[in-house]
Design a protein around this ligand. Structure first.
Ligand code: AMP
Length: 314
């Protein structure tokens, strides 16, 4: 599969890379890491990374803006995106060939070529694998900048190597990547420094969660609460992991009210929760998923189901 992808990359003069909406470090890491990998090995090719820019990720990179005509005859690659609804920039099917590279369960099998590896900690790890294959097959080299982006993606998706998804292979790859010349401290600052307002919101999270007898935890962040802390819904991405250290926790859900919907951020220390996410317009990994509900009553149903999942798990 990796060789097939490398061969397709070699065939096309224009390559456009997409990733998911509401990007995180693994989305940018895999997408722009792959772009950097291809451009440095094939400087004559035109390689673009598209999708809306998230300013909180400016320390990593910025995507490109391109016209519709560029898609004509291009190779399109989508990284880190399980289903077509979550692909950022709906023009992904305007190219000549579509490749999906992902590590989420392959429920939506879109694309002409699919490389899906649910055992990979992150798609950035998969792109490193692709580089290793390219090195052996075509003499590819990895630039310092590509190494920085891939390292960021791996760190982000493994919660700094804390989650069970970080395997021996993940650590080995990270060991290779840190040998490249980039400033790791600066990168960690970009990823984890929090503004005062966010620490105060984190304080609210710690003071106000509900914990049941089976370790199911939830909190509802209404628009009013977010306003009180001058925080945006996307700011909460730095806080989702906060409850992971609570002794006796089984799984947790953080509801974040947005304009016309409520974002559901689900995490688990044991039971599989992506089936629950799928029931509420979402999906994701077995232990880290997301969904969307449209009322607080629906949110209460999610809580009831999560409590039942934890009860059965115990
Ligand atoms: P988040 O809480 O946004 O960090 O998401 C955790 C995981 O769930 C990520 O792997 C996302 O890809 C996935 N996810 C989040 N929201 C959705 C959604 N609406 N549909 C499918 N997967 C989602």
């Amino acid at each position: 599969m990796k060789r097939k992808i490398i061969e397709e990359i070699e065939k096309y003069d224009t390559i456009i890379i997409h990733r998911h909406v509401r990007p995180d470090p693994n989305a940018y890491g895999s997408q722009i890491g792959l772009k950097t990998l291809i451009s440095s090995n094939y400087p004559e090719k035109k390689v673009y990374a598209v999708g809306e820019h998230d300013s909180t990720l400016s320390f990593l990179a910025k995507p490109d803006t391109i016209d519709d005509e560029v898609f004509s005859g291009a190779l399109v690659i989508v990284t880190d995106t399980a289903n077509t609804e979550r692909i950022d920039d709906s023009r992904y099917n305007k190219g000549d060939l579509l490749i999906k590279i992902d590590h989420h369960p392959n429920d939506d099998q879109y694309g002409d070529i699919l490389w899906v590896d649910t055992s990979a900690s992150s798609v950035s790890e998969m792109i490193y694998d692709l580089f290793e294959e390219g090195k052996e097959y075509k003499g590819w080299k990895l630039s310092n900048e590509a190494a920085r982006l891939l390292f960021a993606g791996i760190v982000g998706d493994t919660g700094r190597f804390l989650f069970p998804s970080a395997t021996e292979k993940t650590f080995e790859i990270a060991g290779h990547l840190i040998r490249y010349n980039f400033d790791r401290n600066e990168l960690f600052d970009g990823m984890y420094e929090k503004e005062h307002k966010l620490l105060k919101l984190q304080g609210y999270l710690y003071q106000n969660y509900t914990f049941d007898e089976n370790g199911a935890v939830y909190i509802k962040l209404t628009k009013e609460i977010l306003e009180q802390f001058n925080a945006t819904p996307s700011d909460t991405s730095l806080l989702v992991g906060s409850y992971g250290d609570i002794k006796g926790i089984c799984a947790w859900v953080i509801f974040v009210e947005e304009d016309s919907q409520i974002r559901v951020r689900l995490r688990s220390k044991g039971p599989v929760i992506n089936e629950l996410a799928k029931k509420y317009n979402g999906g994701g990994h077995p232990l880290a998923s997301g969904a969307t509900v449209y009322s607080w009553e629906e949110a209460d149903q999610v809580i009831a189901e999560l409590k039942e999942i934890c009860r059965l798990y115990r």
